[in-house]
Design a protein around this ligand. Structure first.
Ligand code: AMP
Ligand code: ZN
Ligand code: FE
Ligand code: FE
Length: 293
């Protein structure tokens, strides 16, 4: 069984529509795939309707969180994967909407900053690229590629442009991770801390913070991820064992906005089984053949 528990569609900053993503996941030989768009569940219905036979959809989201500034970890941003929660649970739904909706004024602020830096970017251009997606820096980065300001989306994530604290960076509303864990659990879901050591994204979550989150009910950590080298993965496996956390592996596929392929990293079937046992908010959706392409 090949299981990939972290992917993005056009409902956030991926480039495959949810339906295309499901077809590509089947073509990549996956048996189960989680759709985890940033702060959004908007792609789930389309993905479920397009599911090829033999592929199971795990509904999910990747939540934008930040450990409190002033805390020992000094305001580090982190991503929390949430699986199989009840998307209609009102308190969690409201919080996701707050985070997602705040991405719009925040993107407008980044566009203004870029204009102030002499970049001929327009809001209309970014809005066209993003469509109705949960708006993110990769959409703005794509505009910068179109304008020839940078060569690749990744090249826009530097202090010169869009990296955390960069010249054109603007903050967005983010959840406190302990609150996120509580909200997901309240909605019957399971939480996995995404890529805790993805250094190049400025998202290194200290061990003490991971221990605190484990004490607050975190279920697992994403160990096998392309942004973690082997020694990092070994260290995280040890930490997970010490803290009694599940270990997952996933691609964090974004279509053509990133070079990683579906199934580049995978999750052990036993861990997947445990995630589905713990979840009470929603069930994995078995493929029924899918809508015609
Ligand atoms: P946002 O959620 O708008 O703050 O944008 C963060 C997203 O940008 C992440 O979830 C990644 O998908 C993407 N990202 C962050 N760093 C990089 C990078 N160095 N290269 C490419 N994409 C990145
Ligand atoms: Zn993303
Ligand atoms: Fe992430
Ligand atoms: Fe992601």
């Amino acid at each position: 069984m090949r299981i990939d528990l972290h992917t993005h569609s056009t409902a956030s900053d991926g480039t495959d529509t949810p339906a295309e993503l499901m077809r590509n996941a089947a073509a990549a030989g996956l048996d189960a795939v989680a759709l985890t768009d940033h702060d959004s569940t908007r792609g789930h219905a389309e993905a479920a309707a397009a599911l090829p036979a033999g592929l199971t959809l795990v509904t999910g989201a990747e939540l934008s969180c930040r450990l409190d500034a002033g805390n020992r970890s000094d305001g580090v941003g982190l991503h929390m994967l949430a699986y199989l929660f009840d998307a209609a649970e009102p308190e969690f739904l409201r919080e996701r909407e707050l985070v997602r909706d705040d991405r719009v004024p925040r993107a407008r602020a980044m566009v203004s900053r870029l204009q102030g830096l002499g970049v001929p970017i327009t809001w209309e251009q970014v809005a066209r690229i993003a469509g109705d997606a949960s708006l993110g820096r990769p959409h703005i980065a794509t505009a910068l590629v179109e304008l020839g300001v940078v060569e690749t989306v990744s090249d826009a994530f530097t202090s010169e442009w869009l990296a955390d604290g960069g010249r054109a960076y603007a903050e967005k509303h983010e959840l406190d991770p302990v609150t996120a864990i509580r909200l997901v659990k309240q909605a019957g879901g399971v939480t996995v801390l995404a890529h805790p050591r993805a250094v190049k994204r400025g998202r290194v979550v200290p061990e003490s913070a991971i221990a605190d989150l484990a004490a607050c009910g975190l279920d697992g950590i994403e160990v096998d991820h392309m942004d973690h080298d082997e020694p990092t993965r070994a260290g995280l496996r040890g930490l997970a064992a010490d803290l009694g956390l599940l270990v997952t592996g996933s691609s964090d596929y974004h279509g053509s906005r990133k070079s990683v392929e579906l199934g580049a990293c995978t999750t052990h079937p036993e861990v997947y089984g445990e995630i589905t046992r713990r979840a009470t908010g929603a069930f994995p959706v078995p493929g029924a053949g899918g809508a015609p392409a």
